[in-house]
Write a protein that binds this ligand. Structure first.
Ligand code: SF4
Ligand code: SF4
Length: 196
């Protein structure tokens, strides 16, 4: 029988779904012994390299934030616990606080999607925030290095940094976080240089 905190973690996941909808991951590895089964379940399967096969996110088995093949989901899914679920299971965080963390992160990602500055073309349709923040960083860092970073983008960059910080704190390690920290530092110093 599940204990209370395990039930809380399960409730949490049913209102979140961010590890399945493409927010946290682009892909997950498939173990060789279940490759045939995963293919037959209609996952979007890709070869990553000679030894690794993955399925990509968003996963279309996520329906209304619930896994529609829960009992039969791949091993990588059943074995995954983000930082937040681990905290809830250990009893370090209540379900109520964890639910607030999830809602806050979702609201932030929605804001970043809706307010994403245009990089090229009409990118806001079906914008993948993970990919976008990667692309945005490259352009932004170049502009900042050249002392051409527009003031109108500063707020967006700060919000992106704060969002990545929350993902890193509550869900999983984010390598992009340090790069956004560097970007904000560059903007700050170049601005000081401009005023000096
Ligand atoms: S990101 Fe964490 S809380 Fe959200 S569904 Fe995945 S494991 Fe559950
Ligand atoms: S199979 Fe289920 S648990 Fe795994 S990614 Fe898809 S929706 Fe999430």
């Amino acid at each position: 029988m599940k204990n209370n905190t395990a039930i809380d973690a399960s409730t949490l996941c049913q209102t979140c779904g961010m590890c399945c909808d493409g927010t946290l991951f682009s892909y997950a590895r498939i173990y060789p012994e279940e490759l045939k089964k995963v293919k037959s379940q209609g996952f979007n399967v890709k070869r990553k390299d000679r030894r690794t096969t993955v399925f990509t996110f968003p996963c279309h088995h996520l329906v209304d934030n619930k896994c529609s093949i829960y009992a039969d989901r791949p091993k990588k899914c059943s074995g995954y616990f983000c930082r937040l679920t681990k905290q809830v299971i250990r009893g370090d965080k209540t379900l109520e606080v964890a639910l607030e963390d999830v809602q806050e992160t979702k609201a932030d990602s929605e804001w970043l999607r809706e307010n994403a500055p245009t990089l090229k073309g009409d990118h806001k349709k079906n914008l993948n925030l993970r990919d976008y923040l990667n692309d945005y960083l490259k352009v932004a860092q170049e502009l900042a290095d050249a002392k051409q970073f527009p003031d109108s983008h500063i707020y967006y960059s700060v919000r992106a940094f704060e969002y990545l910080k929350k993902i890193d704190l509550n869900f999983r390690e984010v390598t992009l976080l340090q790069k956004y920290a560097n970007l904000l530092q560059t903007i700050h110093f170049k601005q000081q240089g401009n005023h000096g």
